[in-house]
Design a binder for this molecule. Sequence first.
Ligand SMILES: *Cc1c(COP(=O)(O)O)cnc(C)c1O
Length: 425
Amino acid sequence: MSKNEQLFERARQHIPGGVNSPVRAFGSVGGTPRFFSKGEGAYVWDADGKRYIDYVGSWGPLILGHAHPAVIEAVERAARNGLSFGAPTEAEIDLADLLCELLPSMQQVRLVSSGTEATMSAIRLARGFTGRDKLIKFEGCYHGHADSLLVKAGSGLLTFGNPSSAGVPAAVAADTIVLPYNDVAALQAVFAEQGSQIAALIVEPVAGNMNLVPASAEFVAAMRQLTQDHGALLIYDEVMTGFRVGLGCAQGLHGITPDLTCLGKVVGGGMPLAAFGGRADVMNKLAPLGPVYQAGTLSGNPVAVAAGMATLNILRQPGFYAQLAANTQLLCDGLTDAARQAGVAFCARAVGGMFGVYFSAEPPASYADVMASDRAAFNRFFHAMLEEGVYLAPSAFEAGFVSFSHTTVDLRQTVESAAKALLVR
Ligand SMILES: *Cc1c(COP(=O)(O)O)cnc(C)c1O
């Protein structure tokens, strides 16, 4: 038995399914999850000592690669001054100032510890601000695991074929209206019927939890216009896209000013940190100023803030995103060529430093398209790549991530591995 297999067996005794987050269990692709012992730059090493080129990057946060020296140094320095105070610090003001500078839509921001907390709090705030209960979300978009958002949510839930979760009260789910992604007509119809009851629309502006599906320009314009016309708030859930697709995030690419934005993943540089923020008149409804309660013992944790700040300071350097995007595109082009030569129906698409690979002839525009891709082909590809020493997300419904540490040599090696893996039938 390999060390990975031994650990998985041991893990299952006291941890449900052996994992602390479901997709890690390899349920969709089958086989034994890899237990990692070390990461450095673009690489991770598993318990058996095998090295992989990593395209998961802790599901997005590690845009600089693993254990970046500047981030580690900032974390060490902060940790030596104490792990947590539960009181304000100067560093958290610096981070808030920087976020509001980088995102013009963000006039005020509050730090939290996970993307789930950010979206859950933004929804409560939108309901408190508007005095309305209904929420619009889109099929295949994942916004964390808060009750009202666990309705037709992507990735982990798609992986297990559950449109929703047990334990979500029917009354809570009833206030969540789920619409098809990129469907302007469906959105117009709902606003025409129930516009005055809708507190907020929450969206992944580039959906990354049903593989990778960008919002069309018409869809983006309709979401902004309809929410504005009906007094509902537009919430951009940029937990994945924030500082991943560009320094101005997806809203910068779209030229859109959302009312509220949720950040996570990259903003914490690999530590548990997330944020939500936006219009000052909305944010001022939060306690202690206003009636909407929201709090956290570890919110604005100084070690997490240090990791986030160190990461953002590198992202701001000129040319960072141009190179990241060029490298990600290079990977997608290489994979597409390899698939063409292998005669496999396949598409790859990149937005900034994130990418999607699909086993279908056309790139998907909706959840239905994603569901129609050849998942068995993905699973064969996933395992063949793993064998080759390339670690992809263990599900056909997840976006992939290139880090600044991935060199063109790594990318070319990945394409060579893919050329072999695509031949496995
Ligand atoms: C990952 C993710 C979340 C949830 O963040 P957690 O930190 O896992 O709670 C929310 N929204 C989107 C778009 C995400 O990708």
